[in-house]
Write a protein that binds this ligand. Structure first.
Ligand code: HEM
Length: 392
């Protein structure tokens, strides 16, 4: 497990070649590593379901969360809230992320180094996602609270034993979110507004269950809260890739128009979500492996992104690669990330503001991303030599 957490990519490469659907005891699931198989699993809900009421996601977020739903209830939630996350909203999201980023960078202006994860990427990500979801209008929810909730939930979701300190924190966050959000949701039931929270609470639900709106909204918002730092992780992983590939960073400095290519390549090469989860709905064969009904399967999206069958020279971080294939980092099919269009917009806003303000950024320590299910940097210590260029 240690090797998988430290650097899963050599292991993924071996599995793709030798055992593309492999039982990994430490993961407790069949790990799927080839591009074609991962795509097949994600786009075949009749054979591979997200519904798993015993999963940590259901335990800590609530089983009515959107990701745990299939069929009509899932479609109703996506329909209710989908408009807020369309491609057309991306420019407004980038602009908002840039304004949040400018304020955060202003706080760093009289410094010459910082830990960009704690002091920049995560706060920009959390604040922008909070605005996007309408959580910034809820009494008692500020950036620090949302960050604490997100951290507690992520730890609990990463803990298949559902025991120990992560369990205690996960259960406490779940309860705190219930107490904080319920009065706001009750108000929105009577007085709808144009926020995603309002759209969620009014999503069409089962006729015989009047409490469904509030319950599924609480569960879905907990699930989304676990994700509010992820755009920051992606921005950190992408910047780290650029700083450790100086020729790529030079190309970007020479042509800032390459930033969207850098974000695309960061999403592919440095995916912050490495694998997702499914249960088989019936006995079937996947990648030559017979699986019974109810078998836990982990589609390895980060592995698929490094499959030569989909991306030539897949292990190379290369801004100039042809963008003909969409990486799987934001999922695919019915459960594709709700924020798939806005995540690149947040990352682009945060990176553009940073690189314009501090063009001479450099790494101050040899840090590396860690983790396989979630892969991110704990710290990103950087300095900026040329403070006059900071415009401070
Ligand atoms: C870099 C950032 C992010 C990444 C890499 C990411 C990745 C993913 C992936 C891979 C899935 C598919 C899960 C599956 O198929 O089992 C997913 C689903 C989802 N994501 Fe994200 N996500 C990110 C950020 C966010 C944010 C900021 C939000 C909310 C504001 C969000 C909301 C959702 C929701 C609601 C789903 C479930 C969709 C459904 O079941 O229909 N994600 N995400």
């Amino acid at each position: 497990m240690g090797r998988l957490e430290a650097d899963p990519y050599p292991i993924y490469g071996r599995l793709r070649a030798e055992e593309p659907v492999a039982w990994v005891p430490a993961v407790g699931a069949w790990l799927v590593t080839r591009w074609d198989d991962v795509r097949h699993v994600l786009t075949s809900p009749e054979s591979y379901t997200t519904t798993n009421d015993a999963s940590p996601l259901s335990t800590y977020c609530g089983s009515q969360n959107v990701l745990n739903q299939e069929g009509d209830r899932h479609a109703a939630i996506r329909k209710a809230v989908g408009d807020r996350f369309r491609q057309e909203t991306a420019p407004a999201v980038t602009a908002h992320a840039r304004s949040v980023a400018a304020r955060r960078l202003g706080d760093l202006a009289d410094r010459d180094h910082a830990d960009l994860m704690a002091e920049y990427f995560e706060p920009v990500s959390v604040e922008t996602a909070s605005w996007l979801l309408g959580l910034d209008a809820v009494d008692g929810v500020d950036t620090a609270t949302l960050t604490r909730w997100s951290t507690g939930l992520t730890a609990a979701l990463y803990n298949p034993t559902k025991a120990g300190a992560a369990h205690v924190t996960g259960a406490a966050v779940s309860g705190a979110m219930d107490r904080t959000l319920t009065p706001h949701l009750a108000r929105l039931l009577d007085q709808p507004d144009d926020s995603p929270l309002s759209a969620l609470v009014h999503a069409a639900g089962p006729a015989d269950d009047a409490s469904w709106g509030v319950h599924q909204t609480l569960a879905t918002v907990r699930m989304m809260t676990s994700a509010v730092r992820e755009p920051g992780w992606l921005a950190g992983n992408t910047l780290h890739a650029l700083l450790t590939h100086p020729e790529q960073m030079d190309a970007l400095r020479a042509d800032p128009g390459l930033l969207d290519a850098a974000v695309y390549e960061g999403i592919r090469w440095a995916a912050p979500v490495g694998a997702v989860g499914r249960l088989t709905t019936k006995p079937l064969v996947l990648g030559g492996q017979e699986l019974p009904a109810g078998a836990p399967v982990a589609p390895g999206i980060a592995s698929a992104n490094r499959d030569e069958a989909a991306f030539p020279a897949a292990d190379r971080f290369d801004l100039l690669r042809a963008r003909t294939t969409t990486p799987l980092s934001l999922g695919l099919g019915r459960h594709e990330c709700l924020a798939a269009h806005v995540v690149p917009a947040i990352v682009e806003g945060a990176l553009r503001q940073l690189l314009e303000r501090f063009p001479e950024l450099h790494l101050e320590q040899d840090v590396r991303p860690y983790g396989w299910k979630f892969r991110k940097l704990d710290t990103l210590p950087v300095g900026w030599r040329d403070r006059s260029a900071a415009g401070a």
